[in-house]
Design a protein around this ligand. Structure first.
Ligand code: SF4
Length: 193
């Protein structure tokens, strides 16, 4: 049987209308009503910023539960207007690969003790405390309070700060503030190396 577009629309409209009326009036057959599949999971779309470089392209992420279902360039974002470079397009794989949580994603800091060949997982608190203790010890040991002319400088030349390409403006601002407060003079960015 030939089915024109108009026939199809009429048939589907009648079908949908039939279901709605049937549900509204109540068919008295509750078992059948339960067979209509209901969409339980809400798929939320959220805008985000690409984590890979300071261009800061915008993306739209569709997620359901804890699974990212789709990620694409945000057409309303002024920086990229919907386009993403290959790194940005692969951003979804940070979280999941082929429908499963990415097994290679690191979620805890790894520590390799002096002389050890393997890394061991440590807690975030442990990692932060270790870094803070080393920074303080190095700064205390190497702080230069006055230069050769007797001028107060309060600097250390024993610690360098290396920013990453994925840091955004605000993060760079905070990092630089912390570096200056510690008295660091060697600040660099990975893009210049
Ligand atoms: S890595 Fe690519 S998609 Fe991501 S912000 Fe940079 S240019 Fe944009």
């Amino acid at each position: 049987m030939e089915l024109s577009r108009r026939d199809f629309l009429k048939a589907s409209g009648a079908g949908v209308g039939g279901i709605v009326i049937w549900q509204a009036l109540g068919s008295g057959n509750k078992a059948s009503a339960k067979t209509i599949p209901l969409k339980k999971d809400i798929i939320g779309e959220t805008s985000t910023i690409c984590c890979y470089c300071s261009v800061g392209c915008g993306a739209v992420v569709a997620a359901s539960g804890n699974m990212v279902l789709n990620l694409e360039g945000d057409p309303d974002h002024p920086v990229n207007q919907g386009a993403l470079c290959p790194k940005g397009q692969a951003m979804l794989q940070i979280h999941n690969v082929n429908g499963a949580i990415n097994p290679y994603r690191l979620t805890k800091p790894l520590y390799r003790a002096p002389g050890a060949s393997d890394f061991t997982e440590i807690s975030w608190n442990d990692a932060i405390e270790r870094v803070a203790a080393r920074v303080k010890a190095t700064r205390d040991r190497t702080l230069i309070t006055k230069d050769s002319n007797g001028k107060t400088v309060n600097r250390t030349e024993a610690i360098g700060s290396l920013g990453g390409g994925e840091l955004d403006n605000e993060e760079c601002y905070l990092l630089t503030k912390m570096d200056r407060a510690l008295g660091l003079v060697y600040m660099e960015h990975c893009a210049r190396l």
